[in-house]
Design a protein around this ligand. Sequence first.
Ligand code: ADP
Ligand code: ZN
Length: 517
Amino acid sequence: MQDAAPLLREIFGFDAFRPGQAEIVDAVAQGRDTLAIMPTGGGKSLCYQLPALMDDGVTVVISPLIALMRDQVRALREAGVEAGALTSGNTPEETDAVWAAIEDGRLKLLYLAPERLASEGTVRMLRRIGVTRIAVDEAHCVSQWGHDFRPDYLRIGQLRDALDVPVAAFTATADAETRDEIVTRLFRGVQPETFLRGFDRPNIHLAFGAKDSPRRQILDFAAARRGRSGIVYCGTRAKTETLAQALREDGHSAIHYHGGMDPEDRRIAEARFSREDGLIVVATVAFGMGVDKPDIRWVAHADLPKSIEAYYQEIGRAGRDGAPAETLTLFGPEDIRLRRSQIDEGLAPPERRAADHARLNALLGLAEALECRRARLLRYFGETEVTCGNCDLCDTPVETFDATEAVRKALSAILRTEEWFGAGHLTDILTGTTTDKITQRRHDQLPTFGVGQEFNRRQWSAIFRQMLGHDLVRPNPDRHGALTMTEAARPILRGEDTILMRKDSLAAGKDRRPAVK
Ligand code: ADP
Ligand code: ZN
């Protein structure tokens, strides 16, 4: 077997491995079943390309992305490596050339589109040609509840059995459920050697803020970074336009971007952003895929992203050059309600919806975190050794208070009104505020009426927000967002568990809204 280091230099032109690559290359080259989880751009392809050159035989690479396969094949061939792809994008000549290389025993890497695995002929051919290993790119495509599910990926397990060769699987999706599905489906339940590396982006400062006056908060954040390129992500197309306008009125150079714009305008916006220094793009999540600008200095979320994975990907667009970059993610009860209803009203099967709620919960947990956000974020992705000192909670530790009693009072108000009301009316009950609705429904007769007067409306609103964030209550989509208690709240209600909450939004103490009469 050839050594890795000289090949790394001579074929790929790199001086050193990136974090994690050396160990993964080693495991793959040794013929061990391997699962490698690395963020996008972390350098996964090298981890199967290099071992392919170290020994005899063919490495089969399965990838769902035809353009990416063609790209890699082209780059490998330019470096003098015999590689070919069998995909629906081939011309007949290309396919003939690949077959000829296979027949001569010259081919080192054979890229296959997953659909190919449905053909008996392909599997017969693979049996014949001396396959050393199967490398699976975007391995999360095997997950039925994921967003990129590819039914043909389920055939990879069968191919592994038929060829009796090791599998090296690669993905950037790190949540535990997806990982379990990969192990079950691709490795037939045999635990592969698992590597998880490189998710930390230490130069990115992490911060969250409860929505208070959201437009003001974004304008202030941008004003403190005047002249530096940034992205503001918004939940709706309309908001990208109004917020870009507000930023321009505030003296910034700002443009909007969303999926409803025609392709030419989008292309122009992307080009301007790459070229111009200090431009702000106010965008929906449609912006980002094609953007490879290394010196984006900040990313702000005017609305909460849809999951912890989406959050990670979106803030990850900042500071690719390694220089300091800053982020701010705003969130409020309305975001939580919207994100929950998007999941509930989607067409996904129930299991997938449950997984989506879990991914949203992970993000809400991060938003309401009491200690280091980076540690929590990376723990979600499976990394345990984290040093930070670069997040808002490391900068200024939050003050907490024991919210167990408050939560129990709120839950009691919810249950005694049979889960038919939202936070506003519940707050009226808790604070003992007599409104028409209260009188009509005789809620002033409830034992819970007025038991929460130690907090004002604003403070109750922060408590309800944190209850949503901790998934103790959920808005019921069939009851106009009335709050329903979740199973997670039961131990607190029963007095078997306690809960700490952030004091910060309470400490502000000021009740801006006049009491409702
Ligand atoms: P992924 O598939 O993980 O998203 P790629 O394999 O496409 O990432 O690699 C991302 C980029 O990093 C590529 O431009 C690749 O050439 C580069 N790269 C990979 N390994 C190294 C290395 N050891 N040193 C320098 N650059 C590397
Ligand atoms: Zn921290």
